[in-house]
Design a protein around this ligand. Structure first.
Ligand SMILES: Nc1ncnc2c1ncn2[C@@H]1O[C@H](COP(=O)(O)OP(=O)(O)OP(=O)(O)O)[C@@H](O)[C@H]1O
Length: 266
């Protein structure tokens, strides 16, 4: 299987709308890559990710994830020879799962989804998100709940991870560790990540591909290594043939990261 995701001429319309929310989307995402989806509110990012995860049925066009139609039972039932599920979709609805507000211990929660089976991976995630197994869910802050949730969501290995802005509650250290974890995953085993976000801090060196979606269409697709150059001497963005020169921005992100990393070492 040569591609993680292959989409050909996908057009998608919600039954109650007159116009399609995605139009003529064609996309090829290789294995071992990290793709960012960039677009305004309502551009169609979540709809695309949901189609890739099999949450909506695609009637017009072709979608293959790990070589399979995401809506087919074959794709949904894990291949026994493969410990990985085809896709993991972590999005807004997933964030609102009711269990995270119950009076339940973190260890109990993790055990209920196979922590013992994925022990090594689970311990790595606990470390990354600084999760305490003695915590009780109903007593946690929003960000702490999200850390436990992400530990749960990422516990089972996936072939394609579809992340729909689930990092908004995370502090800069947790987000930075999550990004490093995903980078490590995509470098060390056959998998890929597609991440829709509005937060670009700490992402400068992260993606392989950046896709701009506008009103349901892919209007730009940058191969990061080939097409993007960071340029100290410019402000904003200058298009130079196939090269996109991006100016450096002043950001407090490094300061917050340094301060919060020091806090962790206390
Ligand atoms: N279940 C639904 N029924 C009808 N229309 C929907 C539904 N879900 C989304 N839409 C519409 O589809 C369009 C694309 O929405 P989508 O959620 O994919 O955008 P998005 O790029 O993820 O936006 P955001 O950045 O705000 O999350 C919007 O116009 C939205 O109103």
């Amino acid at each position: 299987m040569s591609l993680a995701v292959e989409v050909e001429d996908l057009t998608y319309k919600f039954a109650q709308l007159n116009e399609p929310v995605l139009e003529n989307i064609t996309l090829k995402i290789p294995w071992n890559t990290r793709t960012l989806l960039v677009g305004s509110n309502g551009a169609g990012k979540s709809t695309l990710l949901k189609l890739l995860s099999g949450k909506h049925l695609c009637l017009n066009g072709k979608i293959l994830v790990n070589g399979l139609d995401p809506f087919s039972p074959l794709s949904m039932h894990q291949n026994e020879a493969d410990e990985c599920q085809t896709t993991t979709y972590l999005g807004t609805e997933w964030c609102h799962m009711s269990i995270i507000n119950r009076d339940i211990g973190v260890l109990e929660l993790l055990n209920s989804i196979g922590f013992e089976h994925f022990r090594e991976r689970g311990e790595a995630l606990i470390d990354i998100f600084d999760v305490n197994l003695d915590w009780r869910m109903h007593r946690l802050s929003d960000g702490q709940k999200r850390r436990v949730q992400l530990t749960m969501g990422l516990l089972k290995p996936w072939r394609v991870l579809l992340l729909d802005e689930v990092t908004v509650d995370l502090d800069v250290v947790a987000r930075s560790r999550l990004l490093s974890f995903l980078e490590r995953e995509t470098r060390t085993r056959r998998c890929s990540v597609v991440y829709a976000t509005h937060i670009f801090d700490g992402l400068a060196n992260w993606p392989d591909k950046v896709i701009h979606i506008c009103h349901g269409k892919i209007v730009q697709s940058l191969d990061y290594e080939k097409n993007v150059v960071f340029d100290k001497d410019i402000e904003g963005v200058i298009q130079n043939g196939t090269t996109t020169n991006v100016g450096y921005v002043k950001s407090l992100h490094p300061l917050a990261l340094a301060w919060l990393s020091q806090d962790e070492g206390k």
